[in-house]
Design a protein around this ligand. Structure first.
Ligand code: GLN
Length: 567
C-alpha cells in the first residue's frame, strides 16, 4: 500500500512577496524579475504581479516624466514599466492581470457597492479593499496549467500611506497559508559612508521595523550596496532584523542589470528559496543568459546612436528602447552608445552639429507638438546623409511629414495631431477615434497584425510576411496621400492585413531607413533581440566602419552619453 499518498495531492502555488524600504528606485522590479528568471530556469512555472499604489486606473494618462515609460501589452493594457522587466527576464508575455493599481481596486469595489452587491454593509478598506487585493493576487494561480510560484512586487516604499492596504493583504495571505507557501523578500539599502569608512545598517533595521509593525517579518533581505556585504555586516543585519545571515543577500551595483540574476545565483539565492519553500527544482539552466551577459560586456564594434525626443532628461521614459538596443548590441558583437539629443536643441542649432558623427538616429514615440520641427530636421539630415534611421510611432509620423515636405513637394504637410485646419494632414486621426472623449485607455492599443512586402528591409529583418506588433497611438498615415508619396519614392512596406492602415514606411536608396507605426522595442528580449533593432544596429555598425577609421573613439562629451549596457 502506498503510504505516501500526499505526493499525489495538487501542489499548492507558492507566493513570493517583494517589498522595498528606505528609498525608492532600489531595484525591486529587477529583483522580482531576476528571481523569476532563476526559478523559471530551474523548471518552475512562474507568474508575476506588480501592485501599484497610485489612484490612476493605469499609468496610460500619466506624464512619462513622473512615471517613466508606459509599457503596453499584447492585450492593449497600459502598464507599469516593471512589466517590461518581467517580460524581458521571464521571456513570457504578460496580460492585464499582471498589473493592478489602487485605482483599479477602488474602481471595482465602488462599482460593486453602486450595484448593491455588498447588501447594505459599510464598505471599508479592511476587509473590502484588502479582499479585492487578495482576489487580484490569488486569481493568478487559477490557470489551466499549474502555477508553481507567483511573484508579487509591491510598488512604493514601506512606510508610505498608499501601500498600506497592499501590505495588509499580503500579511493576511501569509497568515492564511502554510508557512512554506509564502516568502517575504525585502529590498533595502545599506549605504557606505565614506567619511566614516563604514557600511551603515540602521536604515535597514528601521525599514524592517516598519514592516514588522504591520505584521510582516521578512524572510530574506536583499541589500543594495556599493560593495559586497562582509560577513560581519550580514551577521549584524541578520541579528537585528531577525533573519539568518545567509538570508542577507548583497545586491551590489553591477555593470548591467542583466548581471543581477547571475549575481543572485552565485549567492545561492534561488537554492535558498527552493529549499525554504520545498520547491522541486532542478539546477538552474542559465548558460544562455551567461552568454548574453558575456556578449553585452565584450564587443568588437562601438557605435553612436542619437535618440532625439522630448523627454531626453528622463531615461526611464525610453526604458524599453534602451533595453532593445542592449539586446541588439549583444547580437551584433557591438556596444551602442546612446547620445540623447533634445529635439528643441536641434531646431535651435541645426541637426549637423549633433548628428554628423553618429551612426544612427532613432526618433521615439511621443505626444504633442513641442520639438516636432527639430525631429523633422533631424530626419531630413540622416535621410540626406545616409545615416541609418529608425522611427517609432511619432518618429514614423515625422518621417512621413519630412518626406512629404522635402521629397514629394507637399510643403505644408503636417499631422492633424498638432493643427486642426491643415491643408495637407499627411497624418490624420483614425476614423474610430473621431468621437472619443475619454483620454484613458482609448488609443489604438495592443497587438495588431501587419503584412510585409517581400522586397523590404522589414521582411529582410523579420523573415516572415505576417507579423504582430504592439501599438499605442491615435493618429496614422493618411491614405489620401498614399499614391502621391509612393510616386515620390516612399515605400509602404507594411500594412494591416485589410490594407487599410500603413504600418511601415521605408525610403529607397538609403542604407537603412525604416519608420514603424508600432513599438518594436516592447517585444525585444535579451536572447531574442527584436529583428528591426538587430538589423538597425547592424546597419549602424556598417555605417560606423565606413564613416571613420578610428571606429573606437570614445564620444567626446561623456555626460551626454549613456551606454545601452549601463541602463
Ligand atoms: N502622438 C502620436 C499618436 O497619437 C504618436 C503616439 C506615439 O508615438 N506613441 O498617434
Amino acid at each position: 500500500m502506498n503510504t505516501e499518498k500526499t505526493t499525489d495531492l495538487p501542489r499548492p502555488t507558492k507566493y513570493i512577496f517583494v517589498t522595498g524600504g528606505v528609498v525608492s528606485s532600489l531595484g525591486k522590479g529587477i529583483t522580482a524579475s531576476s528571481l523569476g528568471l532563476l526559478l523559471k530556469k530551474r523548471g518552475l512555472s512562474i507568474k508575476s504581479l506588480k501592485l501599484d499604489p497610485y489612484l490612476n486606473v493605469d499609468p496610460g494618462t500619466m506624464n512619462p516624466y513622473q512615471h517613466g515609460e508606459v509599457y503596453v501589452l499584447d492585450d492593449g493594457s497600459e502598464t507599469d514599466l516593471d512589466l517590461g522587466h518581467y517580460e524581458r527576464y521571464l521571456d513570457q508575455s504578460m496580460t492585464r492581470d499582471n498589473n493592478v493599481t489602487t485605482g483599479q481596486i477602488y474602481h471595482t469595489v465602488i462599482s460593486r457597492e453602486r450595484r448593491g452587491d455588498y447588501l447594505g454593509a459599510t464598505v471599508q478598506v479592511i476587509p473590502h479593499i484588502t479582499e479585492e487585493i487578495k482576489n487580484c493576487i490569488k486569481r493568478l494561480e487559477r490557470d489551466e496549467a499549474h502555477v508553481d510560484v507567483v511573484i508579487v512586487e509591491i510598488g512604493g516604499t514601506v512606510g508610505d500611506i498608499e501601500s498600506l492596504p497592499f501590505l495588509e493583504a499580503i500579511r493576511q495571505i501569509g497568515l492564511e497559508a502554510n508557512p512554506a507557501d509564502t516568502l517575504y523578500v525585502h529590498v533595502t539599502l545599506v549605504p557606505y559612508i565614506a567619511a566614516a569608512g563604514e557600511m551603515k545598517t540602521k536604515p535597514t533595521q528601521h525599514s524592517v521595523k516598519a514592516l514588522l509593525s504591520i505584521g510582516i517579518q521578512p524572510d530574506v533581505l536583499v541589500c543594495r550596496t556599493e560593495k559586497r556585504l562582509p560577513d560581519d555586516i550580514k551577521k549584524k543585519i541578520g541579528l537585528f532584523c531577525n533573519v539568518p545571515s545567509s538570508a542577507v543577500i548583497s545586491a551590489v551595483d553591477v555593470e548591467t542589470i542583466y548581471e543581477v540574476p547571475l549575481y543572485f545565483h552565485d549567492q545561492k539565492f534561488d537554492d535558498q528559496i527552493c529549499e525554504r519553500m520545498g520547491l522541486p527544482a532542478a539546477e538552474a539552466q542559465i548558460d544562455d543568459w551567461r552568454e548574453f551577459v558575456g556578449n553585452l560586456k565584450n564587443y568588437t564594434h562601438r557605435v553612436k546612436i542619437a535618440i532625439c525626443g522630448k523627454y531626453v532628461g528622463l531615461k526611464d521614459a525610453y526604458k524599453s528602447i534602451i533595453e532593445a538596443f542592449a539586446h541588439a548590441a549583444a547580437a551584433n558583437d557591438a556596444r551602442v552608445d546612446l547620445i540623447w539629443v533634445s529635439s528643441e536643441d536641434i531646431k535651435r542649432n541645426g541637426a549637423e552639429k549633433f548628428l554628423k558623427d553618429t551612426d544612427g538616429l532613432l526618433i521615439p514615440g511621443g505626444f504633442g507638438e513641442r520639438g516636432v520641427e527639430g525631429k523633422i530636421d533631424a530626419i531630413k539630415y540622416v535621410r540626406e546623409n545616409n545615416i541609418p534611421f529608425l522611427g517609432i510611432c511619432l518618429g514614423m509620423q515625422c518621417a512621413v511629414i519630412e518626406f512629404a515636405r522635402s521629397v514629394a513637394g507637399i510643403e505644408d504637410a503636417h499631422s492633424f495631431e498638432f493643427y486642426r485646419d491643415l491643408k495637407h494632414p499627411v497624418i490624420h486621426l483614425m476614423a474610430d477615434q473621431q468621437n472619443v472623449a475619454d483620454l484613458g485607455g482609448t488609443m489604438r492599443l495592443g497587438a495588431y497584425p501587419a503584412k510585409l512586402s517581400k522586397d523590404s528591409l522589414a521582411f529582410a529583418a523579420y523573415k516572415t510576411q505576417l507579423i504582430s506588433e504592439r501599438h499605442r497611438h491615435r493618429y496614422e498615415f493618411n491614405n489620401s496621400y498614399r499614391e502621391q508619396l509612393e510616386n515620390a519614392g516612399l515605400k509602404l512596406t507594411g500594412v494591416s492585413p485589410d490594407d487599410s492602415l500603413v504600418e511601415i514606411v521605408e525610403v529607397e536608396d538609403h542604407p537603412w531607413f525604416v519608420g514603424v507605426q508600432y513599438h518594436p522595442e516592447l517585444k525585444s528580449r535579451p536572447t531574442r533581440p527584436h529583428p528591426l533593432f538587430r538589423d538597425y544596429v547592424a546597419a549602424a555598425v556598417k555605417c560606423s566602419i565606413e564613416r571613420k577609421s578610428g571606429a573606437n573613439a570614445v564620444p567626446e562629451n561623456a555626460d551626454d552619453v549613456e551606454s545601452a549596457i549601463n541602463s
